[in-house]
Design a protein around this ligand. Structure first.
Ligand SMILES: [Zn+2]
Ligand SMILES: [Zn+2]
Length: 410
């Protein structure tokens, strides 16, 4: 780049020299010189400005602002450049005000690198939102939160609250998490847990299908609320947070390629509290988790799904009362969502099947079992040409980020 400007300056000087030699009339020469200078300056600025922006900022950076009910804003690099008048920095409160987000209590920052930070509105006065070399970032005092993917407005609960709630209700000692235990009534007398993971079953599916009466659980539901999942909203990342109570920055599971957690899971904590543990899973190796009993089940009868195998094994386990803490993971809702799209006929049939399984499973559960039903992420409709209108996830939009948190007993 430096060489280019040297050459440009040299070229300019030669041109000026030529003009003075060739044109004897001084006034004409001066006019020509000004014209040349103006042209050269605009060419230089034209090259320099876009080049600087192109080098510094990942152009695909985008940021969702979400509430528990909807996507409030989606901002990409061009929007942000225009919003900030090219300075690429704005006070966070002014930024939210542009989208009429003024009446709120707190925000949760969605980011893989720094975990999920909560800010109360009063603490936002000196916080700025910037666009830099690694995308969107927040600056406050002399700190920075890097790689911000989204801003969640007024979320009460999150996926990392599952583990501490279970620990508290079962009276465990010696544990720590990044979540908070949730309290609700009729929550005493638990000595066991059944944690049911419905892959890809976002909060809006639970909310829509229960209000339409399409799904029903014959259970005493103690608590059912939407919660924020971990980012990126993919299976191993979010399941690691569900099973440990820590955000991805602490679990070490931040991409599809990570499998080994840096923190204890519910299986270690339950084991240390003298409970027997069991994992009933589908895809082997998506996370390196251990329990006293483990089943990693392929689609043995080649029915097109391993949900039936997982269901059978879960019944078997409950029937034999071998585990005090049982984790069972149904993958089919997510698989069918990817192949046919959420709300398709096939997807609805799958939901019906899984909820029939759940109804039967509950026949084997006693009153001392804390039943937890949740998901790793939701799903949105793809807009890309190859899988148009099919289900996909991994982003920071509310369709992907909202999961159901359901605590129940028989
Ligand atoms: Zn998943
Ligand atoms: Zn999926």
């Amino acid at each position: 780049m430096e060489k280019f400007f040297h050459r440009l300056a040299l070229c300019l000087l030669i041109q000026v020299d030529l003009f003075f030699c060739m044109i004897k009339d001084q006034r004409k020469a001066l006019f020509s010189l000004i014209v040349v200078l103006v042209i050269m300056t605009s060419i230089t600025l034209g090259i320099l400005l876009p080049t600087l922006t192109r080098i510094d900022i990942p152009l695909d950076s985008r940021l969702y602002v979400i509430s528990e009910n909807e996507n409030l804003a989606l901002v990409n690099v061009t929007d942000f450049t225009n919003l900030t008048d090219r300075s690429l920095e704005i006070s966070l409160l002014s930024f939210l005000e542009i989208y009429e987000i003024t009446d709120f209590d707190h925000i949760t920052i969605i980011s893989t690198i720094d975990g999920s930070e909560i800010f109360y509105k009063n603490d936002l006065v000196d916080v700025s939102l910037k666009l830099g070399e690694s995308g969107f970032l927040l600056t406050f005092e002399s700190c920075e939160i890097d790689s911000v993917q989204g801003i969640a407005i007024d979320f009460e609960y999150s996926i990392v609250d599952i583990a501490p709630t279970m620990y508290q209700l079962l009276g465990f000692t010696n544990w720590s998490t990044e979540g908070n235990p949730i309290s609700f009534s009729n929550s005493s007398g638990f000595s066991k847990t059944l944690l049911i993971h419905l892959d890809g079953f976002g909060w809006r599916f639970w909310e829509n299908l229960t209000s339409l009466g399409i799904i029903e659980l014959n259970l005493n539901i103690l608590f059912a609320q939407p919660a924020l999942t971990a980012y990126p909203s993919i299976t191993n990342v979010a399941t690691a947070s569900m099973l440990s109570g820590f955000w991805p920055a602490s679990t070490g599971i931040t991409t599809r390629q990570n499998h080994i957690l840096d923190v204890d899971t519910i299986f270690e904590v339950a084991g240390a509290n003298n409970l027997t543990t069991e994992i009933i899973e589908g895809s082997a190796g998506f996370l390196a988790i251990d329990a006293d009993y483990e089943s990693w089940l392929p689609d043995i009868n080649q029915s097109g799904s391993n949900d039936d195998e997982i269901f059978q094994k879960t019944i078997q386990s409950l029937n034999s009362s071998r585990a005090d803490l049982l984790f069972t993971h149904f993958h089919g809702i997510d698989d069918v969502g990817h192949s046919y799209g959420p709300y398709s006929f096939e997807w609805l049939s799958k939901i019906e099947q899984v909820f029939d399984y759940l109804a039967e499973i509950m026949d084997y559960v006693d009153n001392e079992t804390l039943i937890i039903i949740s998901a790793d992420h939701g799903m949105h409709l793809s807009e890309s040409a190859e899988d148009y209108r099919l289900g996909t996830h991994g982003g920071s939009q509310w369709e992907d980020m909202l999961i159901p948190l359901i605590f129940a007993r028989k």
